[in-house]
Design a protein. Structure first.
Ligand code: SAH
Length: 228
């Protein structure tokens, strides 16, 4: 038991070190040389092995996306770290995530914001993530099954919105549900092997400023009309 914990700590230290290096190496694209100490702490505190199946346990602290069933994946830790940092989360923020998946990104954000609302289109994944987050005692997260293209208007506007699946274009509902001064981080593109991670900022006058940050690989954001 003690040995297992030691192995886990060693693997986690190595992963965090790898993230630090990759963030530094991609600074020329992202404009970020390092992550905030709060984001680093959240990455240390959330047990990624609890968000993957037992079969994937040995790989939980590798800097890799992993399968979570239903043809979906838990994202690569570096990209979770980077996107979380790009949101510049604050402890009074109300945040929306589209693409709950395993619930890992949600757990990371829950450590950094006041409340996280997260939507998942595959009901079984939403149920699993919701049960898992409750079991692990992440209380400031609400999970809902639904099409993230429409956002979650009941709790809008949001201080920030993170989309963890690649959209063919930016869903207008998400721009509407963003607060003035807020940030939307979203992968955009239809190529399965490469999309662009965009950062959209809405200024205090409601004007949008868009920046293409770096190439990424995400599963596609499902369009409800494709499912019927
Ligand atoms: N953030 C997740 C990784 C998500 S993978 C994690 O930390 O594990 C992308 C997820 O987006 C998948 O679970 C997929 O089912 C979900 N998804 C795809 N299209 C969606 C849509 N239109 N609305 C909500 N969720 C969607």
């Amino acid at each position: 038991m003690a040995d297992m914990r030691k192995d886990r700590d060693t693997a986690l230290d190595a992963l965090l070190q790898e993230i630090v290096t990759e963030v530094r190496d991609t600074q020329y694209l992202t404009g970020r040389a390092s992550l905030s100490p709060q984001v680093m702490l959240a990455l240390r505190q959330v047990p990624r092995e609890a968000f993957v199946s037992e079969k994937q346990n040995a790989a939980a602290y590798l800097n890799l996306p992993l399968p979570i069933g239903y043809a979906q994946t838990i994202s690569q830790p570096y990209i979770v770290a980077l996107m979380t940092d790009m949101l510049e989360p604050g402890n009074d923020h109300i945040v929306l995530e589209i693409g709950t998946g395993s619930g890992y990104q949600a757990a990371i954000l829950s450590q950094l914001v006041k409340h996280l609302y997260t939507m998942e289109v595959i009901d079984a994944l939403a149920q699993q993530a919701s049960d898992r987050l409750r079991r692990l005692d992440y209380r400031n997260v609400s999970v809902r099954t639904g099409d993230g293209n429409l956002g979650w208007p009941e709790h809008a506007p949001y201080d920030s919105i993170i989309v963890t699946a690649a959209a063919p274009r930016i869903p207008p509902a998400l721009l509407e549900q963003l607060k003035p001064g807020g940030r939307l981080v979203i992968p955009v593109g239809t190529d399965h092997f490469s999309q662009d991670l965009w950062m959209i900022r809405k200024d205090s006058g409601g004007h949008l400023e868009e920046k293409n940050v770096l190439p990424v690989v995400f599963v596609p954001l499902i369009q409800q009309q494709d499912r019927s």
